[in-house]
Design a protein around this ligand. Sequence first.
Ligand SMILES: [Zn+2]
Length: 270
Amino acid sequence: MDLSRTLPTIALLLILLLASCGTDSDVSSDTLDYTPQARVIYESPTDADEMAIATNLQAAGDIEALVAFINETFELPQPLDIIFGGEYGPLYDPETNEIYMPYTFLTEVEERFAAAEYTDSMGVTAEEVTTHALMHTLFHELAHALIAMYELPVVGREEDAADSLATLLLIEFYENGQDIAISAADLFNLESADRTEFDEEDFWGEHSLDAQRYYSILCHVYGSDPEQYDHIRTDTGFSDDRAELCIEEYEVLARNWFLLLEPYMLDAAQ
Ligand SMILES: [Zn+2]
């Protein structure tokens, strides 16, 4: 064996090995004080429509703001990925701790609002209202994620709990949270109007009916600020008794959710 030729090769291999170890140890030293974070992943769009959605989403920055909100507000015990793309969703998968949001969801929502000529009646664009519905949906999935990660006790239907927590977080932490929630409620109202007949499967469903989700969100928005949102009471015509209950219901929701979430909330958020 010609050592004069082999040794430099071995030395080179050692250097490469140490260099790669260096990279590994950098990672492991980072993990010592590593805090799991939420992040967003935009999967490669599969066609021009998806490309346009992905580009607009990233340009608007709403999703990045949501991710920043999660990371500033909650101490996550494990990383949470919000993944745009694919066919499945919107859903939260507790196995992987990932939220899936297909690009096509936005297309469907925008088309639904456009078909109802929502733009003309409410003075907001179909694009804005679609973003609102997307945000409430992402908060709904975030609610499932928080319930799963912190093993929060939920009595009653988790889907109702997730709707309530989504609305609560938007109202309490977002400047236009009530508007976002109202747009989401309006989407449920439109979807509800599409359904005139129900079968047993609808009543067996894990979610409340779209009409119930619509009234429930509006009730909580009203309850959060009855003076500001008195028009909801007059527009939808719910009774004074129910209006009082909405106020109480929102107080109970806020008190109990924050009681459950407080141990996991970062100081800056409180
Ligand atoms: Zn759900």
